[in-house]
Write a protein that binds this ligand. Sequence first.
Ligand code: GRG
Length: 308
Amino acid sequence: MTTGTALSDFTQRLDQTAEDTEALLGRLLSDTLLPDEIARPKRLMDAMRYSSLGGGKRLRPFLVVESSAVFGVPRDSALLAGAALECIHCYSLIHDDLPAMDNSDLRRGRPTLHKKTDDATAILAGDGLLTLAFDIISRDEIHKDPTVRLLLTRALARASGLGGMVGGQMLDLAGEGRFGDREPVDVARLQQMKTGALLRYGCIAGAILGQSTSAQYQALDDYGRALGEAFQIADDLLDVEGDAAALGKQTGQDAALGKTTFVTQLGIAGAKQRVSDLLARADSALSIFGAKGDVLRAAARFVAERKN
Ligand code: GRG
C-alpha cells in the first residue's frame, strides 16, 4: 500500500465501521415503535432485517465515517448518516434482484429476498428501507443545525432518485432493450448515476456534516466521483474475471445480457489502465487534506482492488 495508512489499519477501520453499522441497523430495525408509528408488521421487519443485516462490506457507511473524520465530526452522527445511506443501498439491491429487474437468485452469498420470501414482501421491504433512510437522515441527532440536516437529506434524495441511482437503473434497462430497441448507452454517465451517485454521497456527506469550505467540498466531490467510477470498473472486471464464490453472486451476467460495460468499451487492459488513472485522480483530489486524507486514499485502492 503506497499511502500512509497500513493495510492492517485500514482493514481494522473498515471492519469496525461494518460492526458498528450492523449494530446500529439492528437497533433501528427493532420492535421499538417511533413516535407517530402505529405498528411494525413482523413479516416486513424480518424481511428488512434479512436484507440489511449480516452481510455486505458496508463501504458506503465507511465513506461517510471517514470523510466525516477528516473534519472531526462525532462518530455517532456519521454512523447514523452512514446507516441511512446503507438502507438506500440495501433497498436498491432488493429491487434490483427482483424478477422484473435482474432476476437474481443469490445476493451476498444467500438467497435473494424475493426467493426467500415472495415478490410482494421484497418490494415492500425495499420501500420500507427507502423511507426509513429519510427518517434516519433527518433526525435531530445527525446535527444540531437544521440547515445541515436539510442539505444532507436533499443530497441523499438527489443521489438516490430520478437524476441519480433510480434514473441510472432506468437507463440501464433501456440499454438492455427492455422497452423496445436497445437504446445507445453512455456507460460513464449511466454508471455515474446508477452506482456512482451513492458512493459520491458517502464522500460529500462528511463535507456537509463537517460544514467544510467550498474547496474542501469540491475535493471530496472530485474524490467521490473518481472512486465511484473505479468501483464500477472493478465491478465490470469482476463480472468477467472474478470468482463467483468470493463474490457471492453469479459472474458473466453482463455478457449474458449483452450489456455495454467499461470492459466491453475499453477492453480488459484499457479498463485496468482507467482504474489506475482514477486512483491518481482520487489521490490528487485529497491533497488538500494532507495526512488526514490517508484513509480515504486507502479506501480508493481497496475499491479498485477488491475481490468481492
Ligand atoms: C432497483 C432502484 C433500483 C436501483 C438498482 C445500484 C443498483 C441500482 C443496483 C445494484 C446492482 C448491482 C449489483 C450493481 C453493481 C454495483 C453494486 C452496487 C454492487 C454491490 O455493491 P457492494 O459491492 O455490495 O458495495 P455489498 O454487498 O458489499 O454491500
